[in-house]
Design a protein around this ligand. Structure first.
Ligand code: ADP
Ligand code: TZP
Ligand code: MG
Length: 250
């Protein structure tokens, strides 16, 4: 049975510490995949929510000082409860965010880290050209992703023109092409959430990350064709594609 089919069967609960910009898009893609999204910012309920959750997705996109305790507690509890954690390190090259992620890395282990090439370069201690939430380099290098995997112990999904999925040893590539992902804010967040839904039902981290990334990219290509390369209706066409393909999964 494919991981996508397993999602239809299990309907896993994916708990999100989401950013405030793309919460609805993240909740929608988890739901359209056949999984069940839940967002929280309340530290008092984190343990009970993790008890019923099948995966945790942590997105630092709009993190602030008052959020750090719940991020820390949620990740520590997820480790203790053996719930997989996906980290989306939005703009981690910015000093404050870097300090928060360093604090998290010193206290918890992440199963999968999904970021653009500039964000992944940070984990590899390599220079990269970025501008806020975006990577600016178009050259795809698996080397930084492999180093980042070895340094963090996580499976790395480095997104770009070609996506790189690696555990530091095995390296897989996803070469789909949906340029409208770049101009639509939140596509990275939605991919991280998709990976969360896949890893919620599979113990194979690199396979979950790869199949999620490939499924996501292929749906993007279908949607790009449907909207004649115009961004305004792309997300709706993309989410409809996700919904339809998820329900066709065998
Ligand atoms: N230059 C590009 N051309 C086509 N698709 C891209 C390009 N860059 C990223 N993508 C795709 O966009 C999606 C989001 O990745 P990315 O934009 O790198 O994340 P983020 O939004 O976090 O910066 C991924 O599916 C990725 O394959
Ligand atoms: C614009 C913005 N600002 C803080 S989080 C966010 C959304 C980032 O979304 P993505 O990294 O998926 O493009
Ligand atoms: Mg991002």
């Amino acid at each position: 049975m494919s991981i996508l089919t397993q999602i239809q069967k299990v309907q896993p609960l994916v708990l999100n510490l989401a950013n405030q910009v793309t919460t609805q898009r993240v909740a929608d893609i988890i739901s359209f995949l056949g999984a069940s999204p839940l967002m929280t910012k309340e530290i008092q309920e984190i343990e009970s929510l993790l008890t019923i959750a099948d995966a945790l997705v942590v997105n630092i996109g709009t993190i602030s000082e008052s959020d750090v305790p719940i991020f820390l507690k949620a990740c520590q509890l997820a480790n203790q409860m053996h719930k997989p954690i996906v980290l989306d390190p939005v703009a981690v090259n910015v000093p404050y965010r870097a300090s928060v992620v360093k604090q998290l890395l010193s206290a918890v282990s992440f199963d999968i880290i999904r970021g653009n090439a500039a964000e992944i370069a940070w984990f590899a201690d390599k220079k990269a050209v970025s501008k806020g939430i975006d990577a600016l380099e178009l050259v795809v290098s698996p080397e930084n992703a492999k180093i980042a995997a070895k340094k963090t112990g996580a499976v790395i999904v480095q997104t770009g023109k070609t996506d790189v999925v690696t555990d530091g040893t095995e390296v897989l590539f996803v070469s789909t092409d949906s340029p409208l992902f770049k101009v639509n804010v939140g596509c990275g967040d939605m991919l991280s959430a998709t990976i969360g839904a896949f890893v919620a039902v599979s113990d194979n981290l690199i396979q979950s990350a790869y199949e999620a990334t490939k499924f996501f990219g292929e749906a993007g290509e279908q949607a790009t064709e449907q909207v004649q390369n115009l961004p305004g209706g792309f997300i709706n066409a993309f989410l409809d594609e996700i919904y339809q393909k998820a329900r066709e999964a065998k």
